[in-house]
Each structure stands twice: as C-alpha cells, then as structure tokens.
Design a protein around this ligand. Structure first.
Ligand SMILES: NC(=O)c1ccc[n+]([C@@H]2O[C@H](COP(=O)([O-])OP(=O)(O)OC[C@H]3O[C@@H](n4cnc5c(N)ncnc54)[C@H](OP(=O)(O)O)[C@@H]3O)[C@@H](O)[C@H]2O)c1
Length: 265
C-alpha cells in the first residue's frame, strides 16, 4: 500500500472518533498525510478546530469538525445526518474514542462504568451500522476498531474496560470476514501501553508491562496492516504475551493478571 492510493482505496473521508488527542489525533494526522479528507469527532471543540486548521494547511485536505459526546444514544444518527447534509461520505471509520478505569468494579463509579460501555462498545457498533451499508454499496471502505492487549485475557481490576476491548476485538475480527467479500478492510488494533492521555483520563496507575509505545508508531503499524490481517498487536513483547496465554490454564492467567493489575489500595 503506497501513501498515494489510500484515498482512492477507501473511497471517502476518514471519520476518526476521539481525534482531540492521543491515538485519534495521530490517526487523523497520518490519514491526512496519506491524502484523505478527515472528519474529526470528540467533545473538545477547540482542539479539533486547531487540528483541522493544521491538517488543511499542511496536507491540503478537507477537515470537518463534529463536536459530539459519543456516549449519547443517538450520536451515530446525529453524525450521519450532519455528514449527509454536507455531502460527505465516510470511506474509513476509525472507532478510536474510549477510556478505561482502574479498580475493583464494586468500588468504582457505576454510572461511569456504564458510560464506558456505551462509548467503547455501543458507539463503535452504532457507527458501523450507520456507515457500513454505504461502503458495501460502493464496494470499498475500511473500519478500524480499537481493542487492546487487555482484550486477550480476563482483567481483574480492569474488568469492565478489558471486556469492552474484548468486544472490539471480536467484533472487528468477525466483521473482517463478513465484509471482505465486499472490498471492505476491517482491522482490530491492540496497543499495549502507549503514551497518551489514557492513563490520566482513567486514573490508571500500574507499571507498564512491555514498555511505553509512541502513538505514531502504533498508528503506523495499524495503517500498514489494514487489509492484510483481521487484527494486529503492537510490539513483539505484547504479541508474545497474548500468544503465550493461549497455552496457559485459564485460572492461572486470571491469577497472574490479578497480581499485575492490583490496585494500590
Ligand atoms: N493509551 C493506551 O495505553 C491504550 C492501550 C490500549 C488501547 N487503547 C485504546 O486507544 C483508544 C484511544 O485512547 P488514547 O490512548 O488515545 O486515550 P486519550 O489520549 O485519553 O484519548 C481519548 C480520546 O477519546 C475522546 N473521548 C473520550 N470520551 C469521549 C466522549 N464521551 N465522547 C467523545 N469523545 C470522547 C477524547 O476526546 P474528548 O475528551 O475531547 O472528548 C480523546 O480524543 C481507546 O479506545 C483506548 O481504549 C489505549
């Protein structure tokens, strides 16, 4: 895949959720560099506006800003309506926005956990339902789901977050198979610890196993692998960890995971 034919390959703009920072911002930059028009979605309008300005100036692409809380039940419909009125079609959907939390479920803010499920799972599903049929009609398109290395194992102290990421991994891999015959490339990306605002946003305090990755490297890997694999794990150590779990008794995996992720109190 050369840089030049990305736009032609997906046949529409790249819609990036959670584009105001971290991996989403990096997806927006690298896709604009590859010549794609960009739709930036998140809650922080000022950050999105300044990124849109930068992408237009640097790469000469169109960049559209949609300020939207993606935990809202009707967010996918609202985004689709806004884009239809501007005659923007989505060629690549990057289901990136998400957050985590750290602690035993019974001690955490229950409402926050339910919002997490909505943002991390319901919204990627709703956006896929909204935009995949147009891709099928065009016989081209792409969808990226943000999983995690946590998606490969049970995660005591990240129970809900880990389960939301497992959902993205399974949904992405299944849709890879369903949509392939229609010329649509789906991939689930599993980063390990990556230098973004994620740890702070979710009040996550544990030692990074596998070291810290740069968002630019994680995103580059995903864009290089889309169309070639149903899913990709960033980093050899992360891959090895996920792979070794296949041969480890389940109960042992849970016990080790519980030790590594144990909250401070
Ligand atoms: N960083 C890691 O170590 C890591 C590892 C594995 C997987 N991931 C996954 O990578 C994805 C991106 O995370 P990140 O690391 O880039 O974290 P981040 O730096 O905290 O960025 C999260 C993005 O999601 C947006 N967002 C959060 N709540 C939202 C809401 N209610 N509505 C709309 N947008 C919302 C934020 O924008 P606003 O606040 O402006 O809305 C921000 O743009 C997540 O799905 C995460 O699970 C991250």
């Amino acid at each position: 895949m050369t840089v030049k034919n990305f736009k032609e390959r997906f046949g529409g703009a790249a819609l990036v959720t959670g584009a105001s920072g971290g991996l989403g911002e990096e997806f927006a930059r690298q896709l604009a560099f590859r010549g794609m028009d960009i739709v930036l979605v998140a809650r922080t309008g000022a950050k999105l506006e300044s990124l849109a300005k930068e992408l237009k100036g640097k790469y000469g692409v169109n960049a559209t800003v949609i300020v939207q809380d993606l935990t809202a039940a009707d967010c996918a419909k609202k985004i689709k309506t806004q884009l239809s009125s501007k005659k923007i079609s989505v060629g690549l959907l990057v289901n990136n926005a998400g957050y985590g939390s750290h602690g035993f479920l019974h001690t955490l803010d229950g409402e926050n956990e339910i919002r997490m499920l909505e943002l991390n799972c319901r919204t990627p599903l709703a956006l896929t339902i909204a935009f995949a049929p147009e891709m099928v009609k065009r016989r081209k398109g792409g969808i990226i789901f943000l999983a995690s290395i946590g998606a490969y194992q049970p995660n005591p102290a990240f129970a809900n977050y880990g389960a939301t990421k497992a959902y993205n991994l399974m949904l992405g891999e299944s849709l890879w198979s369903e949509l392939r015959p229609f010329g649509i490339d789906v991939i689930a990306l599993s980063p390990g610890f990556t230098k973004t605002n994620f740890q702070e946003a979710g009040d996550v305090h544990i030692k990074a196993t596998g070291g810290w990755a740069e968002p630019a490297d994680v995103v580059r890997r995903c864009l290089n692998k889309i169309g070639k694999k149903p899913s990709t794990i960033y980093g050899f150590r992360n891959w090895l960890l996920a792979f070794s779990l296949r041969f480890t008794p389940r109960r042992l995996v849970i016990m080790i995971s519980a030790l590594v992720s144990k909250p401070a109190k």
